[in-house]
Structure formats: structure tokens, C-alpha cells
Design a protein around this ligand. Structure first.
Ligand code: 4NP
Length: 149
């Protein structure tokens, strides 16, 4: 797939998926990249401040991002949808329009060596650095895979 449009999805779109959006954009500024939440609680809000601060310490500026909820239109607007955990993936599949075959996968599937199938939600765990570590590992592996295909 050349220059796929990639959507990262988490629950609130204020912690994990905006971080993933910024991490892949840093590696691949040429791609169309966005993020969204399956939930509607934080629509219009900037990333959670502890997430912004942890990201800033690692060189990422999340300040301009604003949360939005995933919609059915996203299945046509993107070529690849990457979820942070199984709950997000199930919500994505529940939204999928009949006949649509846009791939939706777990982000951490790109970094099996991490030992994590999901990105644990730092909104609840408080471990923002672990989330960034995992997201960086998986987005690096994703970039490597995009570069050879
Ligand atoms: P995220 O974290 O899915 O990584 O953005 C969350 C942020 C907020 C909520 C849940 C998850 N919330 O329920 O408000």
C-alpha cells in the first residue's frame, strides 16, 4: 500500500491515539494521519494535560490537536485503522458499514516483541511513558513495514 491514509483510534482521543498520530507524523510527515475516539466525552478537547506534558518531554507537541469521535465516514476516508486495544477494535467493528473492507487492526500487532497486545490506557494507569514507549515501538515498526511494501 503506497502512502496509506492512517487513522489511530482509542476511547477518548485525548491520550493514546493523539500520541500515536504525532509519533507517526514525526516519522512520516508525507502521510495523511489522523486520530479519533470511539467515545464522545471529549469532543473538541485538547489532549489530556498529563499526556501533553509527557509527550513534550519526549519531543512531541500535541497542543494543536482536538478530540473527535470516529464516524462511519472514516471507513472511506482512511486505508488503515489502528486501534489501541480490543475494546476500541470491537467498537470500530460495530460501526463498520456493510460491505466496507478497510483493514482495522491492533496497533501493537506491529510490535509483538514488546510483549503488549494493547496500549494500556494511561488515563487510568497513569503510566504515560509506557504508553509512549509502546506507541513509538509500534509506529517505528509500522513505518518500516510501509517502507518495504
Ligand atoms: P484515551 O484515554 O482513550 O487514551 O484517550 C481515555 C481518556 C478519557 C476517557 C477514557 C479513556 N474517559 O472515559 O473520559
Amino acid at each position: 500500500m503506497t502512502a496509506p491514509r492512517i487513522l489511530f483510534v482509542c476511547l477518548g482521543n485525548i491520550c493514546r491515539s493523539p500520541m500515536a498520530e504525532a509519533a507517526l507524523r514525526h516519522l512520516r510527515p508525507d502521510l495523511t494521519i489522523d486520530s479519533a475516539g470511539t467515545g464522545n466525552w471529549h469532543i473538541g478537547a485538547p489532549p489530556h494535560l498529563p499526556m501533553q506534558r509527557a509527550a513534550a518531554r519526549r519531543g512531541y507537541d500535541l497542543g494543536a490537536l482536538r478530540a473527535r469521535q470516529m464516524t462511519v465516514d472514516d471507513f472511506d476516508a482512511f486505508d488503515l485503522i489502528l486501534a489501541m486495544d480490543d475494546q476500541n477494535l470491537a467498537a470500530i467493528e460495530a460501526l463498520r458499514p456493510a460491505g466496507n473492507d478497510t483493514p482495522a487492526r491492533l496497533l501493537m500487532g506491529y510490535a509483538p516483541q514488546s510483549g503488549h497486545a494493547h496500549v494500556p490506557d494511561p488515563y487510568y494507569t497513569g503510566d504515560y511513558d509506557l504508553a509512549i514507549d509502546l506507541i513509538e515501538a509500534a509506529t517505528r515498526a509500522l513505518d518500516a513495514q510501509l517502507s518495504v511494501t
